[in-house]
Design a protein around this ligand. Structure first.
Ligand SMILES: [Zn+2]
Length: 135
């Protein structure tokens, strides 16, 4: 079984046909990313921290509990996606800074964070007026 913490071996099989080789590599990387995600989701509680959803791993996402404020901070490539998940698994960042959220809860949280940020700018006053109307 794939262990993301120790697996660094080249497990790719060489194909003579470059198209077959490319297809093999794409599938290999896809499976590797999924294995990393399964491991980190398990480590962080295996379900959405808000609503408890855990039916399909594809709808579960890793959330920075303290949000990265888009626009004000530069998000580095190693702090998102599989690279971030590997850092969590390897203990290079405190796992307590992250949680599992389902796509719905994550979208709602992100929206609320953005709304708070928008509130600080009078330019976005119209957003809150629209929300007050239930738009
Ligand atoms: Zn949820």
């Amino acid at each position: 079984m794939f262990d993301p913490q120790v697996d660094n071996q080249k497990t790719k099989m060489p194909y003579k046909d470059p198209l077959k080789q490319r297809e093999y590599e794409i599938i290999w990387h896809r499976n590797k990313r999924l294995a990393v995600k399964i491991a980190v989701v398990k480590l962080l509680g295996n379900k959405c921290a808000i609503c408890g959803y855990n039916d399909n791993i594809r709808a579960l996402q890793i959330d920075h509990i303290e949000p990265i404020l888009r626009g004000s901070n530069i998000v580095k490539w190693e702090d998102v996606g599989t690279n971030l998940q590997l850092k969590i698994l390897r203990g290079k960042v405190p796992k307590g800074d992250y949680q599992v959220l389902c796509a719905n809860c994550h979208a709602i949280k992100t929206f609320e964070v953005d709304r708070k940020k928008f509130k600080q700018s009078s330019e976005y006053g119209a957003v809150d007026s629209a929300l007050a109307l239930g738009a």
